[in-house]
Design a protein around this ligand. Sequence first.
Ligand code: UDP
Ligand code: MG
Length: 313
Amino acid sequence: MMKKLSVIVPCYNEEAVLPAFYDEITKVAAGCENYEFEFIFVNDGSRDATQNIVEAFAKKDERVKYISFSRNFGKEAGMLAGLEHCTGDFACFIDADLQHSPELIPEMLKAVDEDGYDVAACRRVDRKGELRFKSVLSSIFYKIVNRISETYIDDGAQDYRVMTRQVIDSILSMKENIRFTKGIFSWVGFNVKWFPHENRERAAGDTKWSVTKLFKYAMDGIIGYTASPLRIPLYLGILLLFLSVVYTVCVIVQYAVIGAVFLLTMKVTLFAILFVGGLILISLGIAGEYLARIYTEVKDRPKYLIAKTNCDK
Ligand code: UDP
Ligand code: MG
């Protein structure tokens, strides 16, 4: 029996690029004669013709499956839905915008099927074609995450990857609601073969990432993988306690030796009040971020809602 690869494609308003994507991916599939293919298009609440286009593919090609969400749930949810519904021995995540070169799939398949790797993943070699501001922000983010969190997250690691059934099931065993896929990939571990991958220009359409979306994503990445920010208030508290003891000792010594106190002026008092007030608010904010996420996890709402699908799993 032939082994099967499930290609999972999250799509959000991708009408401009889907026909070209389908052409390329089916060409690649035709080149892998020894494998059966399944294409799962996850329509993440698109407001353009994405759904019609995908249904048209499904009509002429029975390998095409679609899962259409009731609204936009985000790429992470789309990837999860694809994994939950895929039936392949291997699964591959790939973006619809052709920034991930489909011609790498045969090599990645070989790595997991013949060379004994569990995951074949792409790593970005450069950030060409990306806004300078965005790359600076993102490298700062990875520096912070990797300094404070127990899970190492590779700066260049992309979602574009092929994995075995064992890895699929491991990812699915992680039940958290707030899903930071890059962290999940590296948390599950396994033997990964990295493929250098040139950043390609988007074939058509626009990027779906706004700065606020990226910021939220970064916060999820930090908070989801480490509890250490919760300790910041503790360390700050200890530092301030220490400073206040030093200060009190200075005052007492001054008073005993020269009978007067020179250390405290109005300016210092005002500064101290603002400083401590700021620290308290920051501490509250950090705790609040965790609390908000606990709240979301406890509610345990579905991670996505399907409006329409032709998957039978
Ligand atoms: N995407 C999605 N839901 C979203 C945002 C994006 O399914 O809410 C899909 C999008 O259609 C594309 C992939 O995720 O296939 C990557 O998105 P994009 O190209 O906008 O991100 P970038 O490449 O700019 O990081
Ligand atoms: Mg893209």
